[in-house]
Design a protein. Structure first.
Length: 365
């Protein structure tokens, strides 16, 4: 893939009548761009959406006129402020009525530095294989946030009533922050077979679950899952038909309400539940399926392992390794300590609200 062909939209200052899609004379809407572009079938296209305005949809975005992106010629929607790729956050709204994207068979769509919001009861983003969502804010629906297969990194997903990310097979979900708001997740993340869920921060309450494991051969590792007295489950592999789930080195706190469970594993054929740290859950670990515990034990903390999770500080307390020595001190062939890895999970999961990351678990704008 060579250089992408760039086009520009500005919801606040562009025109779908007189614009030509250049940075100096942008269109107003993404849909106008998709309807007008002659697709670059060699290298792909990038539609740059200017920060500062909102592209309010009357119908979900469609690629029917644009054509079908491919792996070597994808279609990218990316926010900007002054020049392409400068980190500005473009905003697309479902206007309280419609999905932002509802194209389950559409592959190779890349969404970067964007906010997709206000979709009523619709799933905000429904896409197919090869989806990439990076540094985006996904929020405000009584439906789900994202339903797609691909990579989901460094996003802030909140105010969602059903599932934050419903991932298809072989997806990678890492360095995201999930938070309950007016709308509460049923589960923040739902995985599928051969998927990996790593380094996420999940902040819940009520009956919400953190990570729901579906499918065989999944890896759930180095996530920080917190609930404020919730009755759900932090990490849940509840189906006996889901085999070979590895649940390791996660920190789960606060599922202390009636029926709350830190980690539930009911899968078959050598599920691995090891080296997790748990605190203040009605039941810390419930294993009803087959477990290979040869890698080590889970630890029960005597106090919160986070500095102040209730105030969004998910940085781990000092001396975590000394307090809970069942955590491995090193990884085979690597020199990093487990505490450093947990610290990475806490500090570098990010929120795209305003383009800022979480530092020490706090949003920096």
């Amino acid at each position: 893939m060579g250089a992408l062909t760039n086009y520009y939209t500005d919801p606040a200052g562009g025109s779908d009548i007189t614009g030509n899609g250049t940075i100096g004379n942008p269109w107003a809407t993404v849909q106008k761009a998709l309807n007008t572009i002659t697709r670059d079938a060699t290298n792909g296209d990038q539609i740059n959406v200017k920060a500062g305005g909102t592209d309010a949809l009357v119908a979900a975005l469609t690629w029917a006129t644009y054509g079908t992106p491919t792996e070597t010629a994808p279609c990218i929607l990316r926010g900007y402020t002054s020049v392409a790729n400068d980190g500005g956050i473009g905003v697309v709204s479902g206007n309280g009525l419609v999905a932002c994207i509802n194209s389950g068979s559409l592959a190779q769509i890349k969404l970067i530095d964007m906010r997709f919001t206000n979709c009523g009861s619709a799933t905000i983003l429904t896409l197919g294989a090869g989806t990439l969502v990076v540094n985006c804010e996904i929020d405000t629906t009584t439906g789900s946030g994202i339903s797609a297969a691909g990579g989901f990194f460094n996003n802030f997903i909140h105010n969602i009533s059903t599932t934050g990310i419903a991932a298809g097979a072989s997806s990678r979900i890492a360095f995201n922050t999930f938070r309950n708001s007016t709308n509460d997740f049923t589960q923040a993340i739902s995985t599928n077979q051969t998927s990996a869920v790593l380094f996420n921060i999940i902040d819940l309450d009520g009956a919400s679950h953190g990570i729901l494991i579906n499918g065989d051969n999944t890896l759930t590792m180095l996530n920080s899952v917190f609930s404020n007295g919730g009755t759900g489950t932090g990490i849940r592999n509840a189906s006996t038909g889901d085999q070979n789930a590895a649940i390791m080195n996660n920190t789960v706190e606060g599922f202390s309400g009636s029926g709350g469970i830190g980690i539930l594993a009911a899968g078959t054929n050598s599920d691995i539940v090891a080296y997790n740290l748990l605190y203040n859950n009605a039941t810390n670990v419930s294993i009803t399926g087959d477990e290979n515990s040869g890698l080590g034990n889970n630890s029960t903390a005597g106090s919160s392992p986070f500095i102040n999770a209730g105030s969004d500080d998910f940085d781990p307390i000092a001396g975590l390794l000394a307090l809970y020595p069942s955590y491995p001190t090193t990884w085979k062939s690597y020199g990093s300590t487990q505490q450093n890895l947990i610290r990475m999970a806490a500090q570098y999961a990010a929120s795209a609200a305003g383009g800022g990351p979480l530092i020490g678990g706090r949003l920096v704008k």
